[in-house]
Design a protein around this ligand. Sequence first.
Ligand SMILES: [Zn+2]
Length: 223
Amino acid sequence: MNDPKAIIVFGPPGSGKTTLAKYLADKFNLVHYDTGQRIEKYIKNPDNLRTVSGKKEKKLFLHGDLLPAYMVLGMVFKDLKRIAGYGDGVVLSGSPRTEEEAIRLIPFLEKLFGKPNLLFIGLKVSAGESIKRNSERLICSVCGASPINLPKGNTTCPICLGKLEKRGLDKPEIIGVRLKEYKEKTEPVFAGYKKEGFKFIALDAAPPPYKIFQTAVRKIKAA
Ligand SMILES: [Zn+2]
């Protein structure tokens, strides 16, 4: 395919889907939309916590549970409509997370961008590797980069020199919950789309990010 208009990157926590999505957005001139980051922003906004539902959502979020679909999708739909309204395409990471979301989100994307312009990319990584990567992961508090292979004790972002910190979501007790949610609720959803004739690429998440990116670009062009 020439220029995808909507790429859906999925994979377990720690598979590198956010990084790949960012690279692909640059490469194909698309907007990167990461649902996890969008929710984190929403949860951290004190204005949203004055309501009973806002407080409930924060509690679920901090525990590692998935937030209710009505809340997440409402936000995602509004954002996507705006992006498509500007004539831009999108790379999604972190959505859809459940069948309930997929049933509503995928037809919505089809309507916005057209089925032939849609592409799924699935990253594969073992549970052990996912836990290891998540517990070691640091995120830049300024530019959002998640550098790998850093010397031990390094807390400075190699890109912008901002401070690197652990995400609340990457605490060991929370990663287990998130992995289980992914296996049970997210992974089965995507198996169905392959059969429905959507363009679909499976990638091994073990190689370094730049290699995964190169393979992804090659496979997208051949898709
Ligand atoms: Zn940085």
